[in-house]
Design a protein around this ligand. Structure first.
Ligand code: 13P
Length: 338
């Protein structure tokens, strides 16, 4: 595949209903996932798990990009093939998470800012030399008593825009991820408000920094009820409110919106995406960049045992295919029965 610039890279990742496999769990987060299946989080186990995912049949045709963690972009498979080459051979582009996690903001209780701008340019140069075509930075916005504050939204969205400019200057597509967290008992309208304020601030910072929107992908949360809210909004309400919020804030020339799953169940993440694509009325590709909602079933089926590799790969392939259909507005719950 010959991709000459960031605009072509961004368009490629979300072409033909494809989406992104987020496999960039940090070692501690991967440890938590492995704990749930009773597997020790060693470098070799993490390698074996990810090699299995990347070799799945369903990568081809359904996945346009894979987000990796620093350890994984340097790793080779058991037979010596670089994991990033396995990804490319499946027709997907390798990408890399480049932020360095969260730090509390002084004077803003319960709020954090994402760090990692220091030394970013050098790190990006190395990742580009290893063949990374895109990058990801995740900002976290919490909803709670009196939060999110303007200060935390501004600090996080400014950092996202600074990172995005740096990624583009190094020839890579930035995925900007302003994640409004689902935890809490807030209403869907409070989620709408926090998401609206975050996206508004993000796109004004991107513009101020001269970031090329045509060479950028947005990875937002969907507008949902808080996880612990007693009133859970239905699929149609989530789809409509998410679309309203995106249409209000996201420039038409952005090539793709690729949602995070954020703790939604596999099926709901697919159903919401499908409902939005059935409604339509926007110019960007509306697709997925799921971590848990693509991997959960595969992780469970694997359970760390080599004899489970094929059924595990089958689970990932199935979810990837279902989400591709959802990104084309062609999914139906009946297709989940296998
Ligand atoms: P989830 O889909 O599990 O939320 O993960 C996506 C991601 O990359 C979070 O940064």
């Amino acid at each position: 595949m010959s991709l000459n610039n960031i605009e072509e890279i961004a368009t490629y990742i979300v072409a033909e209903g494809k989406g992104i496999l987020a496999a960039d769990e940090s070692n501690p987060t991967c440890g938590k996932r492995f704990d749930s299946i009773g597997v020790e989080s060693t470098e070799e186990n993490r390698r074996d798990y990810r090699e299995m995912l990347f070799r799945s049949k369903g990568m081809k045709d359904n996945i346009g990009g894979v987000i990796l963690f620093d350890e994984t972009i340097r790793q080779s498979a058991a037979d010596g093939t670089l994991l990033r080459d396995i990804i490319s051979n499946q027709g997907a582009l390798p990408g890399i998470k480049v932020d360095k996690g969260l730090q509390p903001i002084e004077g803003c209780d319960g709020e954090t800012v994402t760090v990692g701008l220091e030394g970013l340019d050098e790190r990006l140069k190395e990742y580009a030399s290893m063949g990374a075509k895109f990058t990801k930075w995740r900002a976290v916005i919490n909803i709670g008593d009196g939060i999110p504050s303007d200060k935390s939204i501004d600090a996080n969205m400014k950092a996202l825009a600074d990172y995005a400019k740096c990624a583009q200057d190094n020839g890579m597509v930035p995925i900007v991820e302003p994640e409004v967290i689902m935890d809490g008992d807030h209403s869907i309208d409070e989620c709408y408000e926090a998401t609206d304020r975050s996206l508004n601030s993000l796109f004004s910072h991107l513009e101020q920094n001269g970031v090329n929107i045509k060479g950028t992908l947005l990875k937002p949360n969907m507008v949902t009820s808080g996880k612990d809210s007693s009133e859970q909004a239905g699929v149609n309400e989530v789809a409509k409110k998410t679309l309203d919020c995106l249409i209000k804030n996201v420039p038409a020339e952005l090539p793709g919106v690729t949602f995070l799953s954020g703790g939604q169940s596999d099926i709901l993440a697919t159903a919401h995406l499908d409902a939005m694509n059935k409604i339509g009325g926007f110019s960007w590709k509306l697709s997925f960049s799921y971590g848990r909602a693509l991997q959960a079933a595969a992780l469970k089926a694997w359970s760390g045992k080599a004899e489970n590799i094929f059924i595990s790969q089958d689970e990932l392939s199935h979810r990837a295919e279902m989400n591709k259909l959802a990104s084309l507005g062609k999914w139906d719950e009946e297709l989940e029965e296998r």
